[in-house]
Design a protein around this ligand. Structure first.
Ligand code: NHW
Ligand code: EN5
Length: 388
């Protein structure tokens, strides 16, 4: 079945449920001198390129490859359309390596035909903090599919990660591979129900009219929590403390320092939004919520070309009820003209999804670790990691 994945240091299906296998690295690191020094061979019409995301031109090429060839839903109605600013943000966190932004070009035309990326991250698994690569944006042009290019790209990114003395990775996918550490469900909260129905993202419920549906999803014009405001640079230390403390309860979660929080959570227009609650009495920062912007192209609709989606990111409630905090997040997302607010059933999200009128989607997201075994699959509530 999995001719490539069977050869890789990942949990194998045959080992699921085998409690005799130890938790931790599957293979030990090898001396750096033993890491292959030359890139893997591509089929001869293609060549490797390192993509400089600082370059407007390269960033445009990556953007266009993904816009036309990246992830679609199971009925091919929508395709992720990550913006250029988003890609720059996602690919240049603290300590990033340019060599992990890997493209494949057609030798003849120099056209970019495939892409894969890694960014460094410290991920805690139980009480061990492990240096990992987060792998994302694996994409092969539609016309070059099923030619076994993906395994070569995965081996090449693995080699370049190894050259930095990093031996583990984390990644997510909509497809089942050997073997998920957990499987999460996507949930969706309509903000602009009429458009969602018009484009086929959602359906009019049984015994529901359009005006009844619009009323069902109506939200207040502004957040209700006193002291709710946008996060600022001066909040980085307090947000870092709040988030680090919160994430410590999950089995798998990022180990964010202040530089990471500044990069990943300080608001960036049309990329990431973060809000917090500052106590009007004590000026203490007690609660935090965030979401990132990921539009999808709407494939073949006469009236609309993009679906504007917000994705729940990291949220921490210590004083404000999480339900109220997330309702305020929905309110500000609606004010910013998002059509839908998406969330996974990770962390404590289950506690607000139904009450805030999210409904389950038709998509799932499987989480994976490379070269790190987890003894038993986790529940989504044990997972404190959101990948983009
Ligand atoms: S998931 C999004 C992936 N991208 C898309 O779905 C975009 C649309 N699809 C495509 O571009 C987020 C192609 O279909 C792709 C496959 C490129 C997906 N992950 O070339 P072949 C990420 O970016 C396996 C991993 O013929 P193709 C995370 C498949 O099981 N493996 O297929 C990325 C088969 O192997 P098998 C995947 O359709 C994580 C082989 O590829 C996969 O032309 C990467 C077939 O290759 C997927 N999403 O191209 C792993 N989809 O053993 C990182 C298919 O079953 C691992 N495959 O025969 C860690 C590396 C770093 C380690 C550091 C220590
Ligand atoms: C991770 N970095 O399938 C990249 N999305 O449910 C890989 N469905 O939007 C991730 N099919 O259910 C890949 N509407 C995995 C995700 C791939 C994209 C995907 C799903 C997630 C999705 C929508 C549209 C379905 C269109 C037909 C969906 C129902 C919404 C409804 C709103 C009202 C309440 C009930 C639910």
């Amino acid at each position: 079945k999995h001719k490539f994945w069977e050869t890789q240091p990942v949990g194998q299906f045959k080992d699921v449920g085998d409690s005799s296998l130890p938790e931790g690295p599957i293979e030990p690191p090898t001396p750096l001198s033993e890491v292959k020094q030359e890139p893997y061979n591509l089929p001869s019409p293609y060549e490797w390129t390192t993509c400089d995301m600082d370059s407007e031109e390269t960033c445009n090429e990556v953007y266009n490859l993904l816009k036309n060839n990246y992830v679609e839903d199971d009925e091919n109605m929508f395709r992720f359309n990550y913006s250029k600013e988003f890609l720059r943000w996602a690919l240049r966190p603290p300590g990033y390596y340019r060599s992990w932004h890997i493209g494949v070009r057609a030798k003849a035309s120099k056209k970019l035909v495939a892409f894969i990326t890694g960014v460094p991250a410290r991920i805690r698994v139980r009480d061990e903090v492990v240096k990992m690569a987060e792998i994302n944006f694996l994409c092969v042009h539609k016309k070059l599919r099923s030619k076994r290019l993906a395994p070569v790209m995965i081996k090449e990114v693995t080699r370049r990660v190894h050259l930095e003395n990093i031996w583990q990775a984390a990644y997510t996918a909509g497809v089942v591979l050997p073997t998920p550490i957990t499987t999460c469900q996507y949930w969706h909260r309509s903000l602009n129900p009429k458009k969602l129905i018009d484009v086929g993202f959602s359906r009019l419920g049984a015994r529901m009219t359009m005006s009844r549906t619009i009323k069902l999803y109506r939200l207040p014009d502004s957040p209700v929590t006193p002291g709710f405001r946008k996060m600022e640079l001066r909040d980085v230390p307090a947000v870092s403390r709040l988030l680090r403390n919160y994430l410590s309860q999950f089995v798998v979660a990022p180990d964010f320092d202040e530089d990471d929080v500044e990069h990943w959570l300080l608001p960036t227009d049309s990329v990431v939004d973060s809000f917090l609650v500052e106590s009007p009495q004590t000026h203490e920062i007690t609660d935090f919520c965030s979401f990132y912007t990921l539009p999808s192209s709407i494939l073949g609709n006469q009236n609309y070309s993009t679906l504007k989606a917000a994705y729940s990111y990291y949220n921490v409630a210590t004083k404000t009820p999480l339900l109220q905090l997330m309702n305020d997040a929905l309110i500000v997302a609606r004010q910013k003209d998002f059509d839908v607010f998406n969330a996974l059933d990770v962390m404590e999200n289950q506690s607000f999804l139904k009450e805030l009128k999210f409904g389950p989607g038709d998509g799932q997201l499987h989480y994976y670790l490379y070269n790190y075994r987890i003894r038993n699959a986790l529940t989504p509530t044990e997972l404190g990691l959101v990948l983009l």
